[in-house]
Design a protein around this ligand. Sequence first.
Ligand SMILES: Cc1cc2nc3c(=O)[nH]c(=O)nc-3n(C[C@H](O)[C@H](O)[C@H](O)COP(=O)(O)O)c2cc1C
Length: 377
Amino acid sequence: MKTPICDRLGCDVPVFAFSHCRDVVVEVTKAGGFGVLGASTISPEQLERELRWIDDHVDGRAYGVDVIIPTTYDKEAEKTAGDPADLIPQENRDFINGILTAEGVPELPPDERERVHREVVEGRGGMTPDGARRLLETALRHPGVKMVVSALGAPPLDVVKLLRDHNLVIGALCGKASHVRRHREAGVDVIIAQGTEAGGHTGDIATMVLVPQVVAEAGPNIAVLAAGGITRGSQIAASLAMGAQGVWCGTVWLGTRESELDPFEKETIFAARAEDAVRRRVRTGKPVRMLKSKLSEAWDRPGAPPILPTPLQGILYNEAHARVVRAKRADLYSFPVGQSVGSVNSETSVRDVMYQLQLEYVEAMERLALLMGGDDA
Ligand SMILES: Cc1cc2nc3c(=O)[nH]c(=O)nc-3n(C[C@H](O)[C@H](O)[C@H](O)COP(=O)(O)O)c2cc1C
């Protein structure tokens, strides 16, 4: 299943793994795929620590970094020298705290609250263009980083120039064929066509519809990766058949032992069905596919305050999320997952997933070869 993007990035198979967890990035990369570290929720200092660790463990192989560069966001929160959390209206705080208190979820102990607050506020920069630029400055100091991917819009021209000057492969996520033109004009090399099934920020077009449309719009000089709902080798075969050069997966890694989610979180994910992965704006201010819970649905209640713009809603939600995880409350737990969560039912390892994907791909190709009346996979 080697495609031109493999030669360009030095990987053996075109299986791209998006993960916020450095262990997943390293294991996928060592298994012949291409790991991409999600940096949007951490500070540049934390990113520096993560990339140093990856460099030390990845056996000299190339890997990638993903940042979020939104086109719409709260500009005051981006520029404030103070604590952006101070910009969150008291009404919104009272609403979310009121829900958790009524549900009997204890407050975080003060030191834990301070730690989470610091983490969330320092990481909030990753959800604004300036914050993303700071993360990129860090990423560019690591020669192992061969690809930078941006989400939530085409990368700005200054970012593209910076990445070009460093000879990096530039990728961008795309949820609609009509957005391809902007990506092409910005000068991206790789478009990740991400269907609505995907975990995280997503649009509303399904992968099966989106991928061939994006391939047609992108033209011969831009590689397309299929994303959204992919956990099986047969889906890799389907993606390549639709003209993609590879696949980009996120949800499937959440259930691996390398994933940093704690056992309570993994068990909640293993119990979830495809239909439990809903699309809501409550987590970041923009539509995110995530686990349905009492908390994700709370903003539908009469009298709920308006959802805040990015990154303020994320700061508010993440602090509440930390409280829910500490209390191990599955009924309130909403983490980004795609519809393929219904196929993630027990703990695996990155190696198992990589092996299984390739085995199933070969089986799918053999089935297709039989249909063609031949026997070559
Ligand atoms: C937990 C989680 C967090 C995500 N965060 C980001 C992110 O910060 N940046 C990004 O570009 N994509 C993010 N995504 C989307 C992935 O890049 C990827 O497109 C998606 O997971 C693919 O679909 P799948 O979840 O069905 O495999 C996230 C996905 C998940 C599951």
